[in-house]
Design a protein around this ligand. Structure first.
Ligand code: FE
Length: 207
């Protein structure tokens, strides 16, 4: 992990994503192009501010990094402590999951004729740089866990709405569906816009 803080990467990603949701309303090409953008973002682990990379011993953390003012997307850092796992859950909107640090395991679920959710195929293990997609049209229900028993893992998630405010569902093992709204772990967002910290200031310039 590099300690060099390079918020320009996230800023560039947000600009590209904003352009993408303006240009593309069809889900398939949006996911395809969004995957390329997210792959580029998570290819380098030198830009996520420390405050949004902190695990909690209580549960996995969901730090909002940015929300589009028109509710077209949100970007979240998911921080897993060792051994932490989500319940089986849905999203109801498209989502992209990009592995930044460590490793996570994702198990897809499908519904059978009796309306019970069961494992669909083998679990996927994501390594840094990998990106995976979910959505109601391509498979929206999964269970995700830190694949590492002794390390923090971090993935960067992009969703087609302000995901912390979306009413969605957890599916219990007994088949019961429970609604939830996830919210976020943070009260404040990273300041990506103070370029004076990134640009060497000219000695003759005062303001
Ligand atoms: Fe998920």
């Amino acid at each position: 992990m590099s300690t060099h803080h390079n918020p320009a990467r996230l800023r560039r990603f947000l600009a590209q994503l904003t352009q993408l949701v303006q240009d593309e309303t069809e889900e398939a090409p949006l996911l395809q192009r969004g995957t390329s953008l997210l792959q580029e973002l998570v290819r380098h682990d030198d830009w996520l501010p420390e405050n949004y990379a902190q695990p909690s011993p209580e549960r996995y953390q969901q730090y909002l990094l940015y929300a589009d003012p028109q509710n077209r997307f949100s970007v979240v850092s998911f921080v897993w402590g060792p051994g932490q796992t989500t319940p089986v859950h849905n999203h109801t909107v498209w989502g992209l999951i990009g592995m930044l640090r460590g490793s996570e395991q994702s198990q897809a679920f499908t519904r059978d004729a009796s309306t019970h959710w069961q494992r669909s195929g083998p679990a996927h293990v994501l390594q840094p740089g990998d990106v995976e997609a979910v959505s109601p049209s391509i498979g929206d229900v999964h269970q995700v866990s830190n694949a590492l028993a002794d390390q923090t893992s971090i993935s960067i998630h992009v969703y087609g709405a302000n995901i912390g405010a979306v009413r969605r569902s957890v599916f219990n093992e007994d088949g019961r569906e429970v609604q939830f709204i996830s919210g976020y772990s943070n009260d404040t967002l990273p300041n990506l816009w103070d370029l004076s910290r990134e640009t060497p200031s000219h000695p003759a310039t005062f303001h």
